[in-house]
Design a protein around this ligand. Structure first.
Ligand code: C2E
Ligand code: MG
Ligand code: MG
Length: 408
């Protein structure tokens, strides 16, 4: 790929478009167009099919998905390169690529979401070219300095993804997930900035910003938020900060918000370095009224003995196991043992990453308490979640359950 190439990006998620655009701009590629589904892309291509050199396409999109789009591209005799991007598992990417080849298309590569600079570099093997230019590079956009600027300008905000109680079907809360509202690039997903922020420590400041926003949203939200639990992702470094309980409580007190409305999620990997400080900090948070959730369960190496030392209230089974539970024996076994462990420890169980009705039926049949996933709703801005909390019946009466915000 070179800087004279015309590139078309097709994805219904504006965040992915923003990341790809930032990345391609760093390679001095400026002729970039985008479309939010296959049909819109075909409309664009009607006048430019022979001028387009490279297409990045998602597979799952509204109106016309990637599979149908590839067939139309084959019919058009498109000769450029195609790169398939998707959040689906590897086998689906492979089958889409095989299908594309059967249509006579030039499938140049496949890449799994979340998109990262490293994965794109690997795919395009263009790092050397990158250093020969003077213009903005993706590394400039995603640098520690840019992140610190973003923190200073209050550009990190939470999006909220609803959590649903599986017995009653009611929305019982939401998880606050960081997004970077970049003034030029638009919305940037955590996959693009968290690895840098974790490495340079700015993740702590970002997380406090997210906490302040969610406390403010709880304070402003009124009655509809009173009975909700909002989950907050605590970076592992902060569990060893003895001043953390006071820091969080004083912010809550100032806003007049109860700790009962907040669940603190800590990734299972964060528990590996446990010691007496960690136990003390978490116990004090628990005594102060916060719920404590162990996130991404199954991906770390926490032993039962370790788990028993911490006063959790919830165990969240990682989405990689939930997503594959019907097709992969190892995932099914991990889900089964996680449920049994959580029951022994008396924890609420949450399944994360529910995308299909079949998986929903499965987790319901296993007695899992709560669920979160694209089947119910994608993470959405505070204005949307406000509306959802205030009018849950409108959402529940939707037969597909799907109130999917395309914003994240
Ligand atoms: P997490 O805490 O495990 O959050 C769940 C992630 O799974 C979110 O991605 C969410 O959008 C995504 N997800 C939920 N349902 C589905 C589904 O059905 N299918 C698929 N494919 N994905 C689903 P997101 O928002 O990109 O966040 C990624 C991770 O970034 C989070 O994982 C969390 O570890 C971290 N993160 C996000 N916000 C913050 C924050 O404020 N502070 C800290 N320290 N970490 C954060
Ligand atoms: Mg989480
Ligand atoms: Mg998780």
């Amino acid at each position: 790929m070179n800087e004279n190439h015309n590139v078309l990006l097709i994805d219904d998620d504006p965040t992915q478009i923003a990341i790809l655009t930032a990345y391609l701009s760093s390679l001095r590629i400026s002729k970039i167009t985008s479309a939010s589904d296959g049909q819109k892309a075909l409309d664009l291509l009607a006048s430019s099919v022979h001028e387009t050199d490279v297409i990045f396409t998602d597979l799952r999109m509204p109106n016309m998905d990637g599979y149908v789009f590839l067939k139309h591209l084959g019919d058009l005799g498109f000769k450029g390169q195609i790169i398939i991007i998707s959040g689906h598992e590897h086998v689906l990417l492979e089958s889409a690529a095989s299908l594309g080849k059967m249509y006579g298309l030039n499938i140049a590569g496949q890449i799994r979401k979340p998109l990262t600079k490293q994965a794109l570099d690997r795919l395009l093997a263009t790092r050397k070219e990158d250093t020969n230019h003077n213009g903005p590079r993706s590394s400039d956009v995603m640098s520690s300095e840019a992140i610190l600027n973003g923190i200073a300008n209050d550009e990190f905000i939470p999006f909220y993804q609803p959590k649903v109680d599986l017995l009653s079907g009611k929305i019982v809360g939401a998880e606050a997930l960081a997004r970077w509202q970049h003034p030029e690039l638009g919305l940037i997903s955590p996959a693009a900035f968290i690895p840098i922020a974790e490495a340079d420590g700015s993740i702590q400041a970002i997380s406090i910003k997210i906490f302040d926003h969610l406390v403010n949203d709880l304070a402003q939200g009124g009655a509809a938020w009173k009975d909700k639990k909002i989950a907050f992702n605590l970076p592992p470094q902060m569990i060893r900060d003895e001043t953390l309980p006071e820091t969080l409580i004083s912010r809550l007190n100032k806003a007049g918000v109860s700790s009962k409305n907040i669940c603190i999620e800590i990734t299972e990997n964060g528990f590996i370095d446990f010691d007496h400080i960690t136990v003390e900090v978490l116990s004090r948070l628990r005594i102060m009224g916060f719920d404590l959730s162990i996130d991404d369960f199954g991906t770390g190496a926490a032993s039962i003995a370790n788990l028993k030392m911490f006063p959790y209230t919830e165990l969240k089974i990682d989405q990689s196991f939930i997503g594959n539970v019907l097709t992969d024996a190892f995932s099914a076994e991990t889900v089964r043992t996680s449920i049994s462990l959580a029951r022994q420890l008396g924890l609420r169980i949450v399944a994360e990453g529910i995308e299909t009705h079949d998986v929903l039926q499965y987790v319901k049949s296993r007695g899992i308490d709560q669920a979160q996933g694209y089947l119910f709703a994608k993470p959405m801005p505070v204005a949307d979640v406000n509306e959802l909390f205030a009018n849950p019946m409108g959402w529940m009466s939707n037969p597909t359950y799907a109130r999917q915000s395309n914003a994240a």
